[in-house]
Each structure stands twice: as structure tokens, then as C-alpha cells.
Design a protein around this ligand. Structure first.
Ligand code: 26V
Length: 813
């Protein structure tokens, strides 16, 4: 396909690189800096990707392909150069050309800022999905926001998180294609004017409008010419706004006007723990959803000339409820702007949308006050009321007289201030709704969506998450990839099930030696990162115990820390025992407004400061925090881990994907019976994973029976000693009361996430981890069995399931 457009005389790579240095970057090739070389190599890749993109678009246009559109507030892309070079099969020649300039590919990659347009799991999942959609050859688009500032950069000052803006676009990016000819008007506010005749749609007299301008990122497929498109929208003030104020000579006012409109795409909400509750957030959601839907409709009209067959050619996926307003927006476009009557428009809408839920945390379930929606999106509110009216009639007919049922399922929460429940809108407006692991999907239909599942059992399904093996194994872990290539050949990159063939060799000492040698190198690389970032010297021979993820109480970094303190005290008590040396590694960001999470970061640092410098410990325990966790840091950390901490309270972590990345890189998991841990356990075998703690039904039962953490504290002297030492200031001698309220929240505040309930089993299980690590062959065997079992956790498998069961898209390559 791409060959049709390939230029006949593409010079060899070194020449192309020099040409871009000269023509595009504007430097003398022989004197090129690392930054200039990075730019030029990016341009080489960009040119090739651009041709593939054009060819694919043409082919899809001719075929009138059915397309999938993945709407997401977040895409945690990370760096693009290494991935592009690998996807194009240019790693060898690129490395050679770069070597002639006395640099390595890694040097060039390190120049690139992370595209951190996301908070955590949900955003990174969207990025892995794009990689798989391209690789599987699906005609696919991601749609999102081109945030000027992505996820904040985290620095640690005196043990405390400090947030800095992330101006990732400040120096431009070679990876985007501005599409100035593609803009859409997005309107806000005003009122709705009733039409005279009953069948004529009302008119939305909006109060303001903002332009959405398209910027495309080409997403390369691997071992295929196919690419996917990530289209991100930037908000721009309409031209007349500028002109008006400028013409009257008031430049400051002109700038103010401009800002009022353009702030929509300025900054990512750095918060996945509490709904921001801010009008700007609602505007962001509507802005990118409306622009995307207008774009989809325009593309369809250009290709088909009519919209009646829209549902045959378009699947739109809602990544959580953030774009759920799209259900009302598509109705508005069809009914108000395209002249459809309500019933056929609604039938199409329901066929087109599907929705994934990513969390059960009540505080992350979005609702918008009716008053705010009335003010910002008055026509959409009307449409939502109409959808709700029809829906409650339909549902009420099934349970006559059950007013409580209707209250529970209504799109409007009538308790207190009236609010629109976006998850309900997404469920009612979609033909399929899924959770992201077997347990999570099961909990969805038994808890928050139980009433809906009773109404429409066929609407709910599970699609367990996955990760792309290209970025998370092939690129991040060259050492292990080389070992796998030698044993299995290269096909695992596209068919991760190939890893299964390792299992029969798990006991082979030669394979064990190779795998563990790669691990050791990755640990040395991670140790160097830790030294660079924190100045702490860690021993690559120690067990690297890793917990990396957003800092949140339910993820229980604090439980991990309680174990570290337990171990510290135990070593002091028995200094001559044969302790397995350990390095406990944390990384992750806390939402800026999440005080408790920030306090946990501080405690990690305080514990590290005491433990790491205690001569009596003699380096047998280190506690470190790697700052500014993001995709780039994860690519260095995952391959260097021995032990993967996945210790959320059972029933709280929807899936987890870090658990998959770590196991894929040969770490053993210590984890609870939660999220995808359960499926990882099934895939790798019970004896190759450390599962501990209360299970979901036990958690529920304990809470129902009146959980009493104080009893556990009083009956377990080890636990009591640990909590007392923290509360008494053993790790904060300059301010002994610093953590008293934290400890009190466990003892007296209900310990909502049941740290104390799982503590004893956790500590005992960590003991079993030590014992296994002391037997290198046994450990290596289990590490290999973990890698071998990870086939099902490829995002290719996940996307294949979405394509078949939800999007009705043929998978080709
Ligand atoms: C909510 C909000 C509320 C408003 C402010 C910004 C914001 C940003 C994100 C969210 C929802 C976050 C949900 C999330 O990231 N869930 C994670 O999704 C992963 C992919 O499915 C899954 O592996 C994790 O278990 C789940 O926590």
C-alpha cells in the first residue's frame, strides 16, 4: 500500500539524516548537536509515516471502510522517536547512522519530552490501544485534546512533592501535523428557542463559540504499513473576537478575550481522585467531544453523501464518561442540524456508541449539576431530559409502581442539588458497556450498574486490559528481547502468545542465566537512574521491590511502607540474622489537592532518610522514591524490577496495567486478589505469584460487620510497634507529630482501605518472597514462567476483542 506512494529514489538512511539536518533543522551535519540529530531522525521517520498515513487514508476512503473512533480525554503517549524507528524497522540503520555522529539512539531519544497528556492508567491504556489498533490494521482514530500543558512535572523538595508545569510543546514537536483546513465551531451557553411547529427542532441561541483546530499525530503500526491517527483539538478564539478588540485599540482586552476561549485546551486536569467540579472541565469535555463528532459526521458525509447509514460505518467508543456528553451531542447534530426525527436518530446513536468504565471509586463517577449544564449546554440538557423521559417510560413498564427503581436508574440524581449522572447517560446511550478485568466487570453488574444489567443483561461484558509488547518489552527491555529472539524468534512482538513456548524451558539453566543476566543489567541501569535522581546508592544485587503508580489510598503505598518499617525494626532487633537485602522503590504522582497522598510521599522520604543512612542496617534495606514518574521513567523501571507490588484493597483496582508490564518484564507479583491480578494468577499459575490478603467478599463482609482496626493493632505487637514508632516521630524527629493524624486515620478513622486487616498476611508473604529469592534458580524459573504466561495481556488481544464483540470491525493486517 505504502509502496504506491514510496518515492522511487529514497536515499539510504545516513543521507536522509544529513539532508534533514541541512534542509529541515538547519545545521551543518558534521557539527550537529544531539538535539539536532534527534530532530533530524524524527523528520526521517515522520516523512515515511506521512506517506503511510496518506496511503492508508486513501485506501480506507476507496473501501468506504467502517472506522472506530476512540474518544478519550487522555492519551499518555510518552516519547515517539524510539517507537517510530522500531515500527519502521529502521533500528539497525538508524543506530549505525547515528554512530557516525558519535551518538547512540538512546542519546537521541532522551532529548524528547514525554507527551504526558494523561494522569495514569486510563490515559496510558488509550495510548497502548492506538498502538494495537494501528498494528492490527484497524481503520481507527483517537480523538482528544491538544493540551498545551500535560501532566505536571513532579519535583521533590525536602521530601515533599512540588508541581511544575509541563510545557511539552514549548520547543515544538516533530510528531504533529497541523491541519489548519480542519476546524469546527463549538458553541456554549445561551438559551433554546422553541420552534412554532411541533416537528421543527428548536433553535439553540448560543452565547459564545470557540474554534477547534485539528492537530494529527501519526501512530505507527508494527510490521505493517498501517498507521492510526490521533487527532487532538486545540481551542482558538474565533477571528472576529480578536479583530473587534484590536480594532478599538484595546490590546489587553483583546488578549483577555482570546484567553477566555483558548484556556479550554491549556491544561490537563491533574486529578483522578476527585471530580474537579469545575466548569472548565465540562467545557473541555464538550469541546473535544463536539469537535470529534462534527469531524466524524463530516468525514462520513464526504464519503457517503448521507447519514442514514452512519451506524453501519462508524463505531464511537467512550473512554470512561468524560466524552459521554457525546450521546446528547450526536442527537443534537442528527435532529437539530441534519433533520432526522427523534426515534431513528436515537436508534442510530445507540448502535454507534459503546462505553468502558474504568473505576468503581464513587468520587470518580462524574455528575454535573443541572444548573451548570443549563448554563453551559442548555440544548444538551433538554436532550438529556428527553432521553431520560423515554428511558424511564420504557424501564418503568418493566417494573410498574417501583418508584425507587426509577429514582436509582434515572439520568438525573434528584437527591439534593439535581445532577446529571454521566455514567447513566453513557449506559443508556450505548449498545455495549464493559469493565476492564473479569472481577471489575462482575462488580459493575452487581453494584453500580446492577439495575441496568437487570434491564439489559446483554449490554454488559468484560474486556480485560492489555499493554503493547512493542513499547513495554521490545523497546524498554532490549536485553530480555534479545534473549527471547534467540529462543523464540521475533514473532512475539506481534503474537505475544508465542511467549508460551518459554514455559517448557523454564528450568533450563542456560535460559535462566540469560534471563537473569538481562535482569541484572536492567537493574544496574535502574540503579544509575536512582543515583542520578536521588543521590541514593542502591545495590543491584539486592531484591528490587517496586511499586509505581498514582499515589492513592486505595492502592495502599502506605501498606508497603508499613512493611518496610517492619523490616527495618526487625533487622535492628536481629542484626545478625541472614536478611535478604532489599531495595524498596516507589514512584508516582499525587493529585495536587490530595493531601493524604502527598503526606504518604513525604513519609516515604522520611522513612528512607532514616533507614538508608542507618549504619546498623548496613545497606540491607533501602527505601527510595524516584521522582516524576511517567512513561519515560516507567520504561526504565519496569525492566529492572524483581518484585511487583499490586496491593490494592480487593475490589478497588479496576484492572491495573502496571501489573502486566512488570510481569512481562520478568518480575514476580506480590498482590491482592484484585483487578487483573486475578487473571495474571490464572495465567502464570498459583505457585508463581504471591497472593495475600482479604478477598473482595471478605472486605465487604468485614466492613458490614463493623471493622475494628484498633483490635488488630492491640493484638499484633509487631504492627503496634510499627504504628507507634511512626506516630511518635521516629521518622520525623524534627517534627514528631507529623504523622500522628495519618496513623490516627488508621486506628480511629476507620482504616477504610483495610491496611491493618491485610498487614499480617502481607508481612508473612514478604517473608516467603525473601525465601524464594535466596534460591536464584527457583526464582529465575518462576520469573520465566511469568514472562511465558503474559501472552493474554497483549493489548492486541484486548483490541481484537473490542473489534469483534463491540465495534464489529474485521481485524486484518
Ligand atoms: C477521573 C477524573 C475526574 C475529574 C478530574 C480528572 C479525572 C481523570 C481521570 C479520572 C478517572 C480515572 C480512572 C482510571 O484511570 N482508572 C484506571 O484505569 C486503568 C485502565 O483501565 C485501570 O487499569 C486502573 O485499574 C484504573 O484505576
Amino acid at each position: 500500500m505504502a509502496s504506491k506512494l514510496a518515492l522511487p529514489t529514497d536515499p539510504p538512511l545516513p543521507e536522509r539524516l544529513d539532508r534533514h539536518l541541512l534542509d529541515t533543522v538547519g545545521v551543518v551535519p558534521a557539527q550537529a548537536s544531539t538535539g539536532a540529530l534527534s530532530q533530524a531522525l524524527s523528520q526521517v521517520a515522520r516523512a515515511e509515516l506521512s506517506r503511510r498515513w496518506v496511503a492508508g487514508e486513501q485506501a480506507d476512503g476507496v473501501a468506504k471502510a467502517r472506522r472506530v473512533y476512540y474518544l478519550s480525554m487522555e492519551f499518555l503517549i510518552g516519547r515517539s522517536l524510539g517507537n517510530a524507528v522500531a515500527a519502521l524497522g529502521l533500528e539497525g540503520p538508524a543506530a549505525e547512522s547515528v554512530a557516525t555522529h558519535a551518538r547512540t539512539l538512546e542519546d537521541l531519544q532522551a532529548q524528547e519530552p514525554d507527551a504526558a497528556l494523561g494522569n495514569g492508567g486510563l490515559g496510558r491504556l488509550a495510548a497502548c490501544f492506538l498502538d494495537s489498533m494501528a498494528t492490527l490494521g484497524l481503520p481507527s482514530f483517537g480523538y482528544g485534546i491538544r493540551y498545551e500543558f500535560g501532566m505536571f512535572a513532579q519535583e521533590i523538595h525536602g521530601g515533599r512533592q512540588v508541581e511544575y508545569p509541563d510545557p511539552w510543546l514549548a520547543d515544538g514537536t516533530p510528531w504533529e501535523f497541523p491541519r489548519p483546513e480542519t476546524t469546527h465551531r463549538v458553541r456554549f451557553g445561551g438559551w433554546v428557542e422553541r420552534a412554532e411547529a411541533p416537528d421543527v427542532p428548536p433553535i439553540w441561541r448560543h452565547a459564545g463559540e470557540v474554534m477547534a483546530k485539528a492537530y494529527d499525530h501519526v501512530v505507527p503500526g508494527h510490521a505493517t504499513d498501517r498507521v492510526a491517527t490521533l487527532r487532538l483539538w486545540k481551542a482558538a478564539a474565533p477571528a472576529h473576537i480578536d479583530l473587534h478588540a484590536f480594532n478599538s485599540g484595546d490590546y489587553a482586552r483583546a488578549a483577555e478575550f482570546k484567553n477566555e476561549y483558548e484556556n479550554i485546551s491549556w491544561v490537563l486536569y491533574p486529578n483522578d481522585s476527585t471530580p474537579a467540579g469545575r466548569e472548565l472541565r465540562l467545557r473541555q469535555e464538550y469541546f473535544f467531544t463536539s469537535a470529534s463528532l462534527q469531524d466524524i459526521v463530516a468525514r462520513h458525509l464526504a464519503e457517503h453523501g448521507r447519514l442514514a447509514n452512519l451506524a453501519e460505518h462508524v463505531a464511537i467508543h467512550l473512554n470512561d464518561t468524560h466524552p459521554a456528553i457525546g450521546v446528547a451531542e450526536l442527537m443534537r447534530l442528527l435532529v437539530d442540524e441534519q433533520g432526522f426525527s427523534w426515534a431513528p436518530a436515537w436508534a442510530m446513536t445507540r448502535r454507534i456508541f459503546s462505553y468502558t468504565n474504568h473505576t468503581l471509586m464513587p468520587e470518580a463517577l462524574e455528575t454535573w449539576s443541572v444548573a451548570l449544564m443549563q448554563q453551559v449546554l442548555p440544548r444538551h440538557l433538554e436532550i438529556i431530559f428527553r432521553i431520560n423521559h423515554d428511558f424511564l417510560l420504557e424501564a418503568g413498564a418493566q417494573r410498574p409502581g417501583d418508584a425507587d427503581f426509577l429514582r436509582r436508574i434515572s439520568l438525573i440524581d434528584e437527591h439534593g442539588e439535581r445532577r446529571v449522572r454521566m455514567a447513566h447517560l453513557a449506559v443508556v446511550g450505548s449498545h455495549q458497556v464493559n469493565g476492564v478485568s473479569a472481577l471489575h466487570s462482575d462488580l459493575l453488574v452487581h453494584t453500580i450498574f446492577a439495575d441496568f444489567a437487570n434491564l439489559w443483561p446483554g449490554r454488559f461484558c468484560n474486556v480485560t486490559n492489555g499493554v503493547t509488547p512493542r513499547r513495554w518489552l521490545a523497546q524498554a527491555n532490549r536485553g530480555l528481547s534479545g534473549v527471547l529472539d534467540a529462543r523464540l524468534g521475533p514473532a512475539w512482538r506481534r503474537d505475544l502468545g508465542e511467549l508460551r513456548r518459554l514455559a517448557e524451558h523454564a528450568g533450563d539453566p542456560a535460559l535462566q542465566a540469560d534471563v537473569m543476566a538481562a535482569k541484572r543489567q536492567n537493574k544496574a541501569r535502574l540503579a544509575a537512574l536512582i543515583d542520578r535522581e536521588t543521590g541514593i546508592d542502591v545495590d543491584p544485587a539486592s531484591l528490587f521491590d517496586v511499586q509505581v503508580k498514582r499515589i492513592h489510598e486505595y492502592k495502599r503505598q502506605l501498606l508497603n511502607l508499613l512493611h518496610a518499617v517492619t523490616r527495618y525494626r526487625a533487622i535492628l532487633a536481629q542484626p545478625h540474622a541472614a536478611w535478604q537485602p532489599r531495595t524498596v522503590i516507589f514512584a508516582g504522582k499525587a493529585a495536587s489537592s490530595y493531601h493524604r497522598a502527598k503526606q504518604i510521599i513525604r513519609l516515604i522520604h522520611d522513612v528512607g532518610a532514616v533507614v538508608n543512612d542507618d549504619a546498623r542496617i548496613g545497606g540491607r534495606l533501602k527505601v527510595v522514591f524516584v521522582p516524576n514518574y511517567g512513561v519515560a521513567a516507567a520504561e526504565l523501571i519496569m525492566p529492572g524490577a524483581d518484585l511487583s507490588e499490586q496491593i490494592s484493597t480487593a475490589g478497588t483496582e479496576a484492572s491495573g496495567t502496571g501489573n502486566m508490564k512488570l510481569a512481562l518484564n520478568g518480575a514476580l507479583t506480590i498482590g491482592t486478589d484484585d483487578g487483573a491480578n486475578i487473571e495474571i494468577r490464572q495465567a502464570v499459575g498459583d505457585s508463581n505469584i504471591f497472593i495475600f490478603g482479604k478477598r473482595t467478599h471478605e472486605v465487604a463482609a468485614m466492613r458490614a460487620a463493623g471493622y475494628q482496626p484498633l483490635r488488630l493493632y492491640e493484638s499484633n505487637p509487631q504492627l503496634k510497634g510499627v504504628l507507634d514508632s511512626i506516630a511518635a516521630g521516629a521518622f520525623s524527629p524534627d517534627e514528631p507529630t507529623r504523622y500522628r493524624d495519618l496513623v490516627d486515620s488508621l486506628l480511629w478513622g476507620g482504616d477504610h482501605y483495610l491496611l491493618l486487616a491485610d498487614y499480617e498476611d502481607y508481612v508473612a508473604t514478604q517473608g516467603r518472597v525473601d525465601a524464594l529469592y535466596a534460591d536464584p534458580a527457583a526464582w529465575a524459573r518462576k520469573a520465566i514462567l511469568n514472562i511465558a504466561g503474559m501472552g493474554p495481556f497483549s493489548a492486541d488481544r484486548t483490541i481484537g476483542e473490542y473489534a469483534e464483540r463491540i465495534w464489529s470491525l474485521p481485524v486484518r493486517s
